[in-house]
Write a protein that binds this ligand. Structure first.
Ligand code: API
Length: 276
């Protein structure tokens, strides 16, 4: 079958189509809109492969030892600065293909700069997600229910609201539509997280992702949630949160030197060829 190679993978069921394009010769010549249309076709869960987004795997020059660039787009074709679950799957793919050594820290360039991935003894991957920005209080709403929300930037924008219940039959509802938010605060859109407490250092969340809708998990969102919870708990740096998502669990550590380390699984489930 003519076409180009793809792989399918997920991190806590936030799923992605990976496009190996090391020298940019497969997809690099497309215009922005042509690439956005290709991404929408690939992410279509009926007529395509299906995914919350696309990770294009591009080799960088060997400057400063950073050899890879993760070109991420949401399912609607829009570009985002970073994808936390996606960068773990991206790294796992490189390890699987022998293109990176899992025994060494792996730097990957993104639109939000270089992130470094390390492999834990249990095979989970830890990503240094950088320094969070806590930008103040905003508000979000679903239907006629509104909540205050913490504005947290993880390279991409988040609004984190603490709610009474995540139940689909409760005020948060089925999240079939984008929550209302302050467009003056988020002119390029926003990822909206709804959080309940599960215990000390333990929360659960649902997320409506910019450009993808409700997903089973959001890595940058889990980081934003852990930061908002630590701030609400008067903790700040030096705290660790377990974040339960519909698709699995992520561990988020806010280090004493103000960096966010996210640890979670990454699985590559299939490979193939497509003409989409
Ligand atoms: N929808 C997000 C990007 C993907 C984030 C999420 N999949 C993650 O794991 O961080 C945005 O537009 O900023």
């Amino acid at each position: 079958m003519p076409g180009y190679p793809f792989l399918k993978g997920h991190g806590t069921e936030n799923d992605f189509v990976l496009l190996p394009d090391h020298d940019g010769s497969v997809h690099g010549g497309l215009t922005d809109e042509e690439m956005a249309a290709r991404v929408r076709a690939l992410c279509d869960r009926r007529a395509g492969i299906g995914g919350d987004g696309v990770l294009r795997v591009v080799r960088r020059g060997a400057d400063e030892g950073v050899r890879w660039f993760m070109d991420y787009r949401n399912a609607d074709g829009s570009v985002s600065e970073m994808c936390g679950n996606g960068i773990r799957v991206f790294a796992q793919h490189l390890f699987d293909e022998g293109l990176a050594d899992p025994r060494e820290p792996l730097p990957v360039d993104t639109r939000d700069g270089v992130k470094t991935i390390t492999v834990e003894a249990d095979g989970q991957l830890t990503v240094d997600m950088g320094v969070p920005q806590v930008l103040g209080e905003t508000k979000v709403a679903v239907g006629d229910h509104a909540w205050p929300a913490q504005h947290v930037d993880m390279g991409n924008p988040h609004a984190v609201a603490f709610v009474e219940s995540l139940d689909r039959h409760g005020p948060v509802g089925p999240l079939l539509d984008e929550p209302d938010y302050d467009h003056a605060v988020y002119p390029a859109g926003v990822n909206v997280e709804f959080v309940v407490r599960r215990g000390d250092g333990h929360v659960a969340m649902r997320v409506h992702e910019r450009g993808s809708g409700e997903t089973r998990s959001c890595g940058t969102g889990a980081c934003a949630v852990a930061v908002a919870a630590a701030v609400a708990d008067g903790r700040g740096p030096g705290s660790t949160y377990r974040v339960d998502l519909p698709g699995g669990t992520l561990t988020i550590a806010w280090t004493a030197d103000d960096r966010i380390l996210m640890t979670g699984p990454a699985v590559v489930v299939a490979r193939g060829t497509t003409g989409l």
